[in-house]
Design a protein around this ligand. Structure first.
Ligand SMILES: [Zn+2]
Length: 156
């Protein structure tokens, strides 16, 4: 079985959802640093990234390669790997698009999508990029476990 859980603290979960509200009606995007094991990916840090697609930031997202390398290096200095990416879908469901799939290349990483409806973050889903190569890659639904004892009532 493949890894099917994304574990994230309540604080970081809120951070990425608030990011999507802040950039609305444009997409936000960022990188998730943490650790991977057989159970899935655990997020320990979320790094905001600039959206380089300023021409159509409402339906595409991209992270500049230099920025990605810098984030990766900073993570490694703290013993963390890139375990995922997040972005928002302004006024669209929290489901991956054809473009999201085509632009996903990090096998084993979690792709987290938050729907933002009229400026308010709604659903946050995570999809694991499973497979072994670019040819057989696929997205699998991933369970999101929002961490350590933060009651639901505190959120949203
Ligand atoms: Zn998307």
């Amino acid at each position: 079985m493949s890894a099917t859980t994304l574990t994230i603290s309540g604080e970081l979960y809120e951070t990425i959802r608030r990011h999507g509200e802040r950039t609305y009606p444009h997409e936000c995007c960022g990188v998730l640093l943490g650790r991977s094991d057989d159970q899935g990916n655990t997020v320990e840090s979320a790094v905001e990234a600039g959206n380089t697609r300023t021409d159509s930031a409402h339906n595409r997202y991209n992270i500049a390669p230099q920025e990605l390398i810098r984030i990766q290096r900073q993570g490694r200095e703290r013993g963390l790997d890139i375990v995922g990416f997040y972005h928002s879908h302004p006024d669209h469901p929290a489901q991956w698009s054809k473009t999201d799939f085509e632009e996903a290349h990090w096998i084993g990483c979690s792709y987290v999508i938050t729907s933002v409806e009229q400026g308010t973050a709604k659903v946050t889903n995570s999809f694991l990029l499973a497979g072994t190569t670019e040819e057989d890659k696929r997205f699998e639904d991933q369970r999101v476990v929002v961490g350590s004892g933060v009651p639901d009532a505190v959120r949203c």
